[in-house]
Design a protein around this ligand. Structure first.
Ligand code: HEM
Length: 142
């Protein structure tokens, strides 16, 4: 997508960080996703996820991403099932709307995340991989 034609300028790094503060507050407390995060450092994940997303969206001048590759970062977690991926999409959509991210930026952000789901699950068990790739062409709205 040509981001020069977007309705408004890109969200900046501070806004993206605020979005992930809210997203991970929800995710850590969530009945479907919370167990993945037991005992983990929320602020560290927010910092990495913010830098990753700035890079993903091409935000100029943002802090570079210095986290692990997505396959490695998720490899030791319990396998993600479709319900987990769909729940993450749903919570992200909720938070993007709460922060009034313009619709075209929401669409671009979520499309890029959805395209990475197969990579995120690729170091996990074959069952999880099969589920993610089997559903990758299904509609992305929740
Ligand atoms: C159901 C889906 C997902 C769950 C439950 C999940 C969970 C997690 C958890 C628990 C961590 C921390 C790992 C650790 O500290 O050892 C993490 C890290 C991370 N996740 Fe996810 N994740 C999901 C999907 C995604 C997707 C789709 C993306 C890409 C947009 C993503 C990007 C990241 C990044 C950038 C990190 C930091 C990497 C690092 O720790 O070095 N995740 N995720």
């Amino acid at each position: 997508m040509d981001t020069t034609k977007m309705s408004q300028p890109a969200p900046n790094e501070a806004k993206i960080q605020a979005i992930f503060e809210d997203f991970y507050t929800k995710a850590f407390a969530d009945g479907i996703l919370g167990h993945f995060f037991f005992g983990l450092d929320k602020q560290r994940i927010i910092t990495f996820q913010t830098a990753f997303t700035c890079q993903m969206l091409g935000i100029p001048g943002a802090t570079p991403y210095r986290g692990r590759g997505l396959k490695q970062a998720h490899a030791d977690l319990p396998p993600f099932k479709r319900v987990h991926l769909m729940r993450r999409r749903h919570l992200m959509r909720e938070v993007l709307e709460q922060h009034k991210v313009p619709a075209d930026w929401c669409e671009l952000w979520q499309a890029k995340e959805h395209a990475l789901e197969a990579l995120v699950t690729s170091g996990q068990s074959s069952t999880a991989q099969a589920q993610a790739s089997c559903h990758k062409n299904k509609p992305t709205s929740t």
